[in-house]
Design a protein around this ligand. Sequence first.
Ligand code: ADP
Ligand code: MG
Length: 260
Amino acid sequence: MTSVSRLKAENITVRYSQVNVLDRMHVEIPDRAFTVIIGPNGSGKSTLIRALSRLLKPNAGQILLDETPLQKQKNRAIAQKLAVLPQGLSAPETITVSELVSRGRTPYQTPLKQWSKDDHKLVEDALAKTGLLQFSDRPVLELSGGQQQRVWIAMVLAQDTDILLLDEPTTFLDLQHQIELLTLIRKLSAEFSKTVVAVLHDINLAARFADHIVAMKNGNVHTSGDPASVITKETIKSVFGLESEVIADPIHGKPYIIPA
Ligand code: ADP
Ligand code: MG
């Protein structure tokens, strides 16, 4: 694990109607690794993703991207470094796969510099990496759930940023498609040096795919570290209130939870 972090939340507090949803939370996202955020519903995972991606401004504390507070950077400059996939997006009715993926290039367009060969190449590249080239001209809404999730991933990939923040990218996918998507996401960090942060619900898949896990509880980090140090009986009990046994997954050797 590298010690530098281009993206950090420094003691951030986010409040909705007097309630601290994030409470002086401090987290550093390891560069060029796959970080998974886990935690019960309502623990603040989406709020953290929104704060890290400047969709939401913390009431206190700050987010640092390359040592500079997000508030001091232009949206366009941030969008060239960091791409976010919020939870539960839905595609406009008639949009095609390549049109949606092309939206990833918006941060690079200006009145003087519109669509270029580079934009085209990056869109094609994102479609190829996600295995969607043959669907380019199809309406997004005609694809299966798993394919649609890949289209959203392709859109953030086309944004060509070093950092990707993905809020529940695997929700509503069957197991096979979750594995397929997580394999792709893992490859983005392992082979293409992306810094990836994803919120996942399945703790066993988190343990299998993540380099680094942040377990959240009540708007703060409960425990963070590599899967072996985070996924323990004690952490699962304290974060999720669940009694379990943790064994070594016989195929990958990663911690594997069996709820009691
Ligand atoms: P998670 O993603 O871990 O399920 P969230 O970050 O979405 O949790 O939400 C954390 C808490 O903040 C929840 O109690 C939720 O009800 C509350 N919350 C989230 N968004 C809003 C909002 N826009 N207005 C008021 N409360 C909110
Ligand atoms: Mg959420």
